[in-house]
Unconditional design. Structure first.
Length: 400
């Protein structure tokens, strides 16, 4: 598409909420909690595959997955299983002292694999620090992710090699980077799109609101993909927003849609739709993937301090991998041989990852003092000397 003035372009669709909207009436705090799925209430959302593994029709989104073959369904299942196995191994490695920290994606595999497989090679991804499944879809070597959490690299991959940016630790800041990149794509006249991942907690950041403003005004080809796992560390979603997150898009003048984040087909369809809008010059979209963080926020967190087992068990029954397996079995798209072979592949991946991490060097303990100031600083020099003395004390204890 040729772009002369992105600010002057008019979206082909009228702005506002997409599927799942409850209208423009003011939403009360009680209604918002119910819509967010509090106390077992099911929220309105796009769903193509139920927790029982039954395929449900959707007149608007079925066309975006109509061409998905049994082989591709098995591929989606394989992606989720291997991503979960990698994630489990990373968690174990951190517990064994091999990684400094790990942010698990347990329970969010469908949201990441579904959206990741909706992307074209020329689309560009801006992740946070939990998008291990999207990284898998973009061909990033899993051991590079672990090297970063071990402290031996700064990411370990070329962002332009996979169109997958380095992980962003600063909450929400990557949405601004994504918006600027998308504005550049539009000015270049390319027909590719950008997707920015963030969580429900990040939706409260000013950077995210600023990104919404700029992307709407300049009609940027960007998809904001919010994985609402319902807990921003220890804060529930109702402490982040009075209304469902996808409805926030209305105030900025572009569509928002909520999808079942544990439904890989639903996530695939909705993300394809949003990317199609972006490539066609129709501007940004906010996708809220309503899912659940089954584990801890990171390995430094104890989720039992702020949520109960009953909630977690209810969501385990909606497991994204289990529901696709049920569908594959009921549709005769996969047999026991497939599942057995995948189990063996999964174990081999875990072993390969474990061996690769243990073969990595220890981080340079003194690297934290480098590049703090361009020309050095007396206080940093003093801190370095104190740390050196502290490290030397362990050697002295060994001599005794």
């Amino acid at each position: 598409m040729t772009v002369e003035s992105t600010a002057a372009r008019t979206p082909r669709r009228s702005a506002g909420s997409k599927a799942g909207t409850t209208g423009t009436k003011r939403t009360t705090r009680t209604t918002a909690k119910k819509d967010a799925g509090a106390k077992g209430t099911e929220p309105q959302l796009v769903q193509l595959l139920t927790p029982e593994g039954k395929r449900v029709k959707n007149a608007e989104y079925d066309k975006y997955v109509a061409g998905v073959t049994p082989e591709e369904l098995r591929g989606l299942y394989r992606d989720m299983v291997l991503t979960r196995r990698f994630d489990a191994e990373a968690t174990a490695l951190q517990r064994q002292g091999e990684l400094g920290l790990w942010a698990s994606l347990l329970g969010q595999e469908a949201a990441q694999i579904g959206s990741g497989r909706a992307l074209r090679d020329d689309d560009y991804v801006f992740p946070t620090y939990r998008e291990h499944g999207v990284a898998w879809c973009r061909g990033v070597n899993p051991t590079n992710l672990l090297g970063m959490f071990r402290g031996v690299n700064n990411g370990g991959w070329d962002p332009n090699g996979n169109n997958f940016h380095l992980y962003t630790i600063v909450i929400g800041s990557q949405t601004l980077h994504a918006t600027g990149y998308a504005m550049g794509i539009a000015k270049d006249g390319a027909d590719s799109a950008v997707i920015a991942y963030f969580g429900d907690g990040a939706s409260s950041q000013g950077d995210v609101a600023e990104s919404f403003t700029f992307s709407a005004v300049y009609n940027a080809p960007v998809v904001f993909f919010c994985q609402n796992n319902q807990w921003a560390i220890s804060e529930p979603t109702e402490k982040q927003s009075r209304v469902p997150i996808y409805q926030r898009a209305q105030g900025f003048g572009f569509p928002g849609v909520r999808v079942d984040g544990n439904d890989v087909l639903g996530c695939l369809a909705v993300t394809r739709w949003a990317l199609e809008r972006a490539r066609a010059g129709e501007g940004p979209t906010l996708v809220e993937a309503f899912t659940y963080r089954m584990g801890a926020h990171t390995t430094s967190d104890d989720p039992t301090r702020y949520r109960g087992d009953e909630e977690r068990q209810a969501w385990e029954a909606k497991d994204p991998i289990l529901r696709l397996r049920r569908y594959l079995e009921a549709s005769n798209h996969a047999d026991e041989g497939f599942f057995a072979e995948l189990e063996a592949e999964s174990e081999a991946l875990g072993k390969r990852v474990r061996e690769a991490v243990r073969a990595m060097p220890d981080p340079d303990h003194f690297a934290i003092f480098e590049n703090v100031y361009a020309d050095g600083h007396a206080l940093v020099d003093e801190e370095r000397a104190q740390f050196a003395a502290y490290q030397a004390s362990f050697a002295d204890e060994g001599d005794n």
